[in-house]
Design a binder for this molecule. Sequence first.
Ligand code: ZN
Length: 153
Amino acid sequence: MVEHFIRFLKRETVQEAAWNGEVYRFRGKGTKEGFDKWFNEYAPKAPVCTSCGKLIFPGDKVGINGDEIMHLTMDCCPVGAFYAGEIDQNGQLIPAFEGGLSMGMESLRTGQGIYMTYDKKGVSVEHFDIPEVTQDEVSEALKQQRLTPPPTS
Ligand SMILES: [Zn+2]
């Protein structure tokens, strides 16, 4: 039983490649030759994360802020509102929003709130109306938390 499981685990191999001094490891079932061919074709056209300087690979979710593109991870882009979609096989953005906007910019464009859910089928994005909250209510809530509201000018 254990031996069978170990044989099963060994079917997946780890491939390794380097680009600009950075080593990338991938787990998969392909051959070393197939992996090297794919990596050498993809790496030159891959987007480079402006936070960590590493390549962004197909299927990676990204955040966009102006000209910057980042891995949508806590290390590279802790602001989830920059979410803009994911990267395709050619290193191009598959936009989650019209015009390749980030979630935050889409919210400003539409005046609506946005929430995302992840499941096996992928990401689904929904817009919702933001409840009206007056400035007085915000100020009162901040006072109750003993915080100073920002100056209103
Ligand atoms: Zn990064």
